[in-house]
Design a protein around this ligand. Structure first.
Ligand code: MN
Ligand code: MN
Length: 469
């Protein structure tokens, strides 16, 4: 064989990953930038699941989607949203094809790691007022100190009245804060393992330092009283109302383009709103209405997908069963013929930490949407591990639509691991595979993604929704 023949053979037989910027023409680059702009707006505004629900429903209504409640009838060609208690949402478009052919599901989550307030949060100590907290999801606690935080969530008063609040994103707003120790006094702290440098009960939010005007030093807790009075003036709540409120602290950094070349986006909560946004955009932008599709933006993934708003809730399967009943199909058949992309992020290769990855099977930024056959940990425990046949089907869908995609595994064997909503859908007899965006610094207060991967993820979801079998 000549050298050329050998090289040709290599080209023919070896797998070559695609690098987005080698594939893009001017048009693709423009579309990528345009799509990123919309995403930056979304991720900047939607810091918690409730905000993402509101935002995406407003978008849906512009596209003719109407509220669906259990007991309502679905109609062919109908567009619906099911608002699950303001914390999760499903968008349903009923296609022209028989429902027995199944539903195309894209399921992501819109909750992210953060710092929740306890039920009795407010206290005073040594001239400061604080909130006590209990963190939500997997965080490195030390990362959440000395950064600006905003307060988000919902107040539920004794009379049952409800009010959403968000303080800290507007540049005119104050922000909140968790202190850390001066390095010069950190002799003991610096000798602790990273995991215990800051403990859970040290994640106390600094709120104020000024007594209630007019309260003399003989008045106990006069700083706490000053804060409570301000909150009462603004929201009409008393301390007892915290018990029935759902409040959380999230980073208040704005989402920004990252790098001289602006090729990346830094933001809080890419995991997993970076998959949620392209999933509902793909449905709303889709003009082919042959297939019945459902986009789920679920809650509670970061703490195990339990509960009425998590992916393990029966709400989402109930929707599929109701669709089946409406069009007189067998619910079991509709489920069996459905398929799902579990839209969640994966850890992109970080040259700063090469030792946790296995290079042949990790995903890279700018190499497109990542397909993750299995998640879990330690000998594939805790994963639905998609079948080779299903991987083959999705592979063909992506290739036919010129989607730039790669595969990835979350870290090298026995390094750690993690899960997604995939298995909770697969357990309902629906073929499911993880597909999403590679992320750097995942679960930190400010995560990084590449614009090209976001755009390819959108293309992947569109291809999946529109694919004619
Ligand atoms: Mn996730
Ligand atoms: Mn996560």
């Amino acid at each position: 064989m000549t050298d050329k023949e050998i090289n040709d053979l290599k080209d023919k037989l070896f797998y070559k990953p695609k690098f987005a910027y080698d594939e893009y023409d001017e048009k693709a680059l423009c579309e990528m930038e345009e799509f990123s702009k919309g995403y930056i707006k979304f991720i900047d505004k939607c810091r918690i699941e409730r905000e993402a629900v509101k935002y995406s429903i407003a978008e849906a209504e512009k596209h003719g989607y109407k509220e669906y409640k259990f007991g309502d009838k679905f109609e062919k060609g109908g567009r619906y949203y099911y608002n699950n208690r303001d914390k999760a949402v499903a968008f349903i478009r009923v296609g022209k094809n028989p429902i027995a052919e199944g539903v195309r599901i894209v399921a992501s989550h819109i909750d992210s790691p953060r710092i929740d307030l306890k039920q009795h949060p407010l206290y005073e100590n040594s001239g400061f007022a604080y909130f006590k907290t209990h963190y939500y999801g997997g965080i490195k606690k030390y990362q959440w100190t000395t950064i600006p935080l905003s307060l988000h969530g919902t107040i539920v008063r004794a009379d049952g009245s409800v009010q959403d609040i968000a303080i800290g994103l507007d540049p005119e707003d104050p922000v909140f804060y968790i202190t850390d120790l001066l390095i010069h006094l950190a002799k003991d702290q610096m000798n602790k393992p990273l995991r215990s440098g800051i403990e859970g009960e040290q994640l106390n939010i600094l709120l104020g330092s000024r007594p209630l005007p007019g309260a003399s030093k003989d008045v106990g807790d006069r700083i706490k009283l000053g804060i409570m009075k301000l909150i009462n003036d603004k929201y009409g709540i008393t301390e007892a109302d915290f018990m029935s409120s759902e409040l959380t602290m999230v980073p208040s950094y704005p989402a920004r383009e990252l790098g001289f070349d602006r090729s990346m986006i830094a933001a809080y909560g890419h995991d997993d709103r970076v998959c949620a946004y392209p999933s509902y955009k793909a449905l709303f932008d889709s003009t082919d209405d042959a297939n019945t599709s459902m986009i789920v933006l679920a809650d509670k993934e970061e703490i195990g997908s339990d509960g009425v708003t998590g992916m393990q809730s029966s709400a989402y399967m109930d929707i599929i069963d109701e669709l089946a009943k409406t069009f007189r199909a067998s619910p079991a058949k509709v489920r069996a013929n459905s398929m799902c992309l579990s839209a969640d992020v994966n850890a992109g290769f970080d040259p700063g930490f090469p030792e946790v990855a296995e290079r042949s099977n990790t995903c890279f930024l700018n190499q497109g949407v990542v397909m993750t056959k299995f998640t879990g940990s330690g000998g594939k425990s805790g994963t639905s591990d998609a079948s080779g046949e299903f991987v083959g089907k999705i592979r063909k869908i992506f290739d036919d639509a010129n989607v730039i995609w790669q595969t990835g595994e979350l870290g090298k064997v026995d390094q750690g691991g993690g899960g997604t909503v995939a298995m909770y859908i697969a357990n309902n007899n629906i073929d499911t595979i993880d597909v999403g965006v590679p992320v750097l610094s995942m679960h930190s207060p400010y995560e990084v993604i590449a614009k090209a991967d976001l755009y390819e993820t959108y293309k992947a979801f569109r291809a999946f929704i529109d694919w004619a079998k």
